[in-house]
Design a protein around this ligand. Structure first.
Ligand SMILES: [Fe+2]
Length: 376
């Protein structure tokens, strides 16, 4: 019988320098210790519409900058290669990601591409991004993905039809400028989705076989924060306290992603997102009830914590309590809402990649297919 990992024996890495606080975007220049030209990678519209990009450019003036604003919600390799081309033209010294997880992930991949990485090849292997990857500055405009402190970038490669993670210590941002004021302009549905993503990172990194005493401590804080603060944030976006708390929980969970990883829902969501272009938290929400029913009996500590916070009687009742809470914040989803049906399950199951062994649940192909089937 395998020895269970000891949560009190661990290594933990959190190399990102955090610059946190309302208004930090306006002081971005002082927080970026690189002299040369800066490439800004952002999404197609929201950073422009919200004025965040203009504020960043004003903060960086008169430094030499170039902007690539062509990143999709599920970023593509070809978009990253276009961004890298602009980075080469200006001889960028660092890459700034401004936006949600997609923009931050695309900035990381751009920094790797500028170091000569072949992204399509890297996505097919477990090889880490090159150590010569350019420094990355993460400026999140949502509170959710944890990409601002994690060492992963999720990309879709159209040539291989794969949605997969690019990983490695070199992808960990050098600096994260976390300005909770930037999340004021988020639409309600995005605030709910990204907040739910924080919850999933907290729960899965706690259930994970790679959880340590330290990541479990952060998970418990993040779960308490999301359950108590996200409803307040959705109720009143002008209230600074829940905004700050959610931004803090998001970056803590980036550390947990890097140090304890996630479980089956994150592995199962990638094929859903790749096939349907549905959002990452939306896919997770559809998969969560079926996964939680399997995980709760095997992970009594995290699910007991959730049960007590939601007023359920035991860890076995926590999945139903979480499902009700998801409904209350508008996060109840089913895979059929993304156009999927039972005929898609074999292809979805075959497309699942990554380390499944962090999850205590059965992860045989039949078990994965059963989770997809129950999530329809
Ligand atoms: Fe996630």
């Amino acid at each position: 019988m395998n020895q269970l990992p000891d949560p009190w024996s661990f290594a933990f890495s959190s190399p990102t320098r955090i610059v946190f606080g309302d208004g930090t975007l306006s002081r971005a220049s002082a927080a970026i210790p690189f002299d040369g030209p800066l490439l800004i990678v952002t999404g197609k519209s929201s950073a422009l519409r919200s004025g965040h990009l203009d504020r960043l450019l004003a903060a960086l003036h008169p430094r030499k900058t170039a902007v690539f604003s062509g990143i999709s919600p599920n970023p593509r390799v070809h978009e990253v290669l276009l961004a890298a081309e602009i980075g080469r033209q200006i001889n960028a010294s660092a890459v700034i990601g401004l936006g949600g997880g997609s923009a931050l992930d695309a900035a990381k991949a751009t920094a790797a591409a500028l170091a000569g990485a072949n992204l399509s090849q890297l996505l097919l292997t477990d090889s880490p991004a090159p150590a010569t990857t350019l420094p990355i500055i993460a400026i999140p405009t949502t509170a959710g993905t944890g990409s601002e402190t994690s060492q992963a970038a999720i990309l879709t490669d159209e040539s291989s039809a794969l949605k997969q993670g690019l990983r490695g210590p070199a992808l960990t941002p050098h600096t994260a400028i976390v300005d909770p004021e930037l999340t004021i302009s988020l639409p309600d549905n995005i605030a709910a989705e990204t907040g739910f993503d924080v919850f999933t990172h907290a729960l899965e990194s706690w259930v994970s076989s790679r959880a340590s005493a330290l990541t479990a401590f952060y998970s418990e804080f993040a779960i308490r924060t999301v359950l108590s603060q996200l409803p307040l944030l959705l109720n009143d976006r002008a209230n600074p306290a829940p905004r700050r708390a959610m931004s803090l929980a998001s970056l803590l969970m980036g550390w947990n992603l890097a140090n304890a990883s996630t479980c089956l829902p994150h592995r199962l969501q990638y094929p859903v997102g790749q096939r349907t272009d549905s959002s990452h938290p939306g896919g997770l929400a559809a998969l969560y009830p079926a996964w939680m029913r399997r995980a709760a009996p095997l992970a009594p500590t995290p699910f007991s914590c959730i049960a007590s916070l939601l007023g359920a009687s035991s860890h076995l009742d926590a999945p139903d309590a979480v499902a009700s809470w998801m409904h209350s914040i508008g996060m109840a989803r089913h895979l059929h809402q993304f156009g999927l049906s039972s005929t898609d399950i074999p292809a979805l199951t075959a497309a699942v990649r990554g380390n499944l062994a962090t999850d205590p649940c059965d992860h045989s192909p039949d078990a994965l297919a059963a989770i997809y089937s129950e999530s329809l």
